[in-house]
Design a protein around this ligand. Sequence first.
Ligand code: GLU
Length: 559
Amino acid sequence: MEMNFTNVEFDCIRTRFAPSPTGYLHVGGARTGLFCYLLARRLGGKFLLRIEDTDQARNIESADQKLMDDLRWLGLQWDEGPQTGGPGAPYHQSQRLDIYRAHTRRLLDEGKAYYAFDTSSELDAMRQAAQREKRNFRYPRPASFPSNAQAEAARAAGRPVVVRLKMPDHGFVVKDQILGEVTIGAEELDDFVLVKSDGFPTYHYAVVIDDQHMRVTHVLRGQEHLMNTPRHMALQEALGYRTPVYGHLPIILNMDGSKMSKREKGRVVLAAFEAAVRGGKMDESSALRIAGLSDAEMLAAWRRGDTQLEGGALMRLARSLNVQAPEIEIHDFRVSGYLPEVLVNFIALLGWSAGDDREKFTLEELCTAFSLERIGKTNARFDRAKLLNFNTTAIAAAGAPRRVSALRDYLEVNEPGPLSKLGDAMLARLMEINEGVRVLRDVETKSAALFVRDEEIEYDADAVKQHWLKSDREGLRVLRDVRGALGLLNEWTAATIEPAIRQFAEGAKLGLGKVAQPTRIALTGKTISPSIFASLELLGREKSLGRIDRALRYGEKLQ
Ligand code: GLU
């Protein structure tokens, strides 16, 4: 099944994005994927996707599906890879074990790699000895390499059998397209492991074989991989492979200089949870129920800081605690209601710039504007305020069909709520009457109350105090009077409601807010909703008046 591309002339450049399926797509991964995609498009090449799932301990089930969903959502469709197919198939490394095995045999036979049987405690002891003697630990290469029979015997005796590369005794110069030339001396490199004791290849080994066989010409990846590159070059030398062009992308940091990590989400939710527990608003058993967890020990371990909660459970808790965990993974941004085209635009600027002041790009425009030369060396900062600003502007500027499809997508990736079953016409209307939406979640927060049953309206205590009861129940009196004025209307449209309310406010010598807020609370229980005229129109005459009457009955009973 192995394809031999080694001697095939390359007709175009080929980039690849090679995520490990350890969860949803992280912002850093998305940036790598995007840059690989853009480089391929810019230079008329091909963009490949490969799933690096050889670390059995770290793989998470169906994470590859999630990664692919996220990439597609961003619009980064790969030309070759899982589900699409291509000449380098299969594209999951776990399905390529035969290929790696054949190469191991060759390297062993040629004396370029060798078996080693050290246990982890033996390796630890060697490392500690090196530390005591204040020298760098390098695996001590044996004078003669163990034979196949010795490896068999070691395996039979229960020792972990690995295969290590015999490093050449020279250093390497990485000609990085972004960082320039980086020299690594031979003394910094040791005989690293190619094949683990479970028979799976290490990342280094699989990546080098696959990049060759999938004819990858350009490798763009995060700077954390820079020190891996000399190892990869050593392997390429041993296997007689070409060296692809490398570019290591700058690190993405939070504005305060800290690393953007999934753990941040957990920290924010945990702090809110502990505050709720202290305030008597939540306890362990309700938290378990809300999070959908069956294991109390899991929750306890999370509270001790010993473990992370699975993403879904964490988000359910966050929702019920009314806290917004910082979005880190692409899926988080989708769930909050960012537009994919905005994220793509924003992520493109994490380390790359067009060279002028221009900041707004569509994916298509990026495909022409992008170039390796304009990727910077310095760390990129993830400016959330700027992203929010991009999103607000883009939602306001989007045409009706795009707004509807975006809102539909937002609703579909979230748990079902009052807006989930609405038709396109109603979604379009909601986008129209909700002005200044920053993320699509705002539409839901502001309008959900218009679509629940009247009995589900709960009046917010602070809002009631402030807008109904203050100044000797002024708000409730206004509400009763405006109910009277509205009751006289025969035609119930925003065009008739608006002048009626304005006239009423003028007649009563009240600012519009003094009329709108008490009414808004009567209709929705809260102080935020779409414009009051639009809300009344949308609810319809009967429902609006019914809700006001219900509110008046409730208000009368209040002290
Ligand atoms: N699987 C590696 C990662 O997710 C890929 C690194 C590379 O692009 O070589 O970091």
